[in-house]
Design a binder for this molecule. Sequence first.
Ligand SMILES: *Cc1c(COP(=O)(O)O)cnc(C)c1O
Length: 295
Amino acid sequence: MLPTPLSAVEINGREFLIKRDDLIDPYLSGNKYRKLYSLIQTASHTLDRVISYGGTQSNAMLSIAKVCQDKGWEFHYYTKPLSKTQKAMPKGNYRYALELGMRHYEIEHPLYKEFIASLTIEEDSRTLIVHQGGAGSDAKKGIEKLAEEIRKQEVPGKALATPSGTGTTALFLAHSLPEYRIYTTPAVGDAEYLKEQMRALADIPSNLIILESDRKYAFGRPYRELWQIYSKLKEETGIEFDLLYAPLMWKMLLEQTDEEICYIHSGGVRGNESMIERYERMALRNQDSDFRVVL
Ligand SMILES: *Cc1c(COP(=O)(O)O)cnc(C)c1O
């Protein structure tokens, strides 16, 4: 569905707009669709395989698997070793990606970094390497398309928000839309680490504002207050957000801003399946009766 629509919602009595990039495609949604735009536009006969690497429940992995299946390309994906339970019963994004034809390879911890660095040797005219999370200057074109849509839709207010992993989306959005403030927050590591990753891609423009939490949240780990935000968003807006990135971004926006903001939904909702299981296990461990799965 393109251009993606805008939903007007109220959260805590405050009005927000949501740019519904979650509605693009069930497997290929949000910023992964935007970041992989150039790959999606690539004619199928020009490549044989795509190689990537990263987490075993990564949203980027699932999105690349979907593109490769649609194009008839091989998809080789490298990760650190799986746990025994993951191996015995593949779940969530990992299972879906295998069903889409992904070939998965595990690399032992001590060798992982060096192995990943050496992958670039495999790149040739028919093999493309997509770096972890789809980070890289290839992502720029698709983010510019998103910026174009936002301009055409005349999104009111002067501020947009989107959470960061690698920071690719927020950075290129800030470059493409200098007339807006772009709020982001690091979901992986701290602000310094995020800036380091961004600087490897481009200069950080002054309209990009990094909001930081006082408390550290380890990526992918369940936290009660993040679950509460996820549930509240779902109840008040009827929209499901992803559990890895969105709750922290919303927490920052609600605590640290007061202006009119358009939140770019970054997709990833399919990945909630494995996160909801983690939350359920946490609730069982803590005998937490306040915990409710709002589905
Ligand atoms: C990948 C992802 C992000 C982070 O995007 P970056 O461009 O790496 O900063 C944010 N939200 C969701 C749901 C994602 O899947």
